[in-house]
Design a protein around this ligand. Sequence first.
Ligand code: ATR
Length: 282
Amino acid sequence: MSLSGQARLAGVLGWPVSHSLSPALHGFWIQALGLDAAYVPLPVAPAHFEAAVRALGHLGFRGANVTLPHKERAFALCDEVDAAAQATGAVNTLVFEGERIRGRNTDVAGYLGSLDAAGVGTLEGAIVLVLGAGGAARGIVHGLLSRGVDRVLVANRTLSRADALAALLGPRVRPVSWENLADALASCDLLVNTTSLGMVGQAPLMVAIDDLKPTAVVSDIVYRPLVTPLLAAAQGRGHKTVDGLGMLLHQARPGFAAWFGVTPDVTPELRAHLVALLEARD
Ligand code: ATR
């Protein structure tokens, strides 16, 4: 597709950024919608992050996504941030408005959007077990609390990080030790893996799910492989599962809408396009 002199520009800042699926994802929407717009990978080393962001504004970019390892730095340089960014201390979406930089954390809504799209239904009163207490967990726990869950049990290899998450996000968040998961597994309505375990190249996630309630939903934010060993085991037991690709697809919608003026849809065609790209890599 050719660009005019008025093409709208955005991209993704990361280091490295070559693995990012965001250019393919936004490029699919740009093409499908026939927009005069471009979304490009922007490899930027940590030392140059702030200068690069400021330069993007001067270059006429509408904004950018921010991925590892820049999300906390992005938070620090925004002039204003939304509630999800405030709660997580991390920004994954920048929107330039004149000299001002607005930051958002759309990972939170992306995760909730993926549950909604999978037909998980209301989370009101639910008991959730979150595995992991890193940056991803912080956003997901914040989002789940906003949906009225009864409590979130957080299990982490390093218990002090689960304690810190509970201290930060309030009394509905309860730390659970990694060695003592049995009761939490048996009581939860939703199990979420936010650790990197089970990802291609990482150790497997060793959690026995035999005592899960049959109605429990199992979700994993890892999307390489798409069906992680945890999700495969859950499917084998007949649980509803939600894979990590949904979060990636749904977190991208608000940024696209802000930069390019159209709210795009997450369609089966888009999903198939990205699944094919992932399969070609593995
Ligand atoms: P992110 O911001 O993506 O969540 P992170 O802050 O590095 O990344 O958090 C990674 C999570 O995966 C943490 O909960 C981490 O546990 P620790 O806090 O104990 O480090 C978890 N994790 C990573 N490797 C693990 C392993 N081998 N066993 C158990 N948990 C692991």
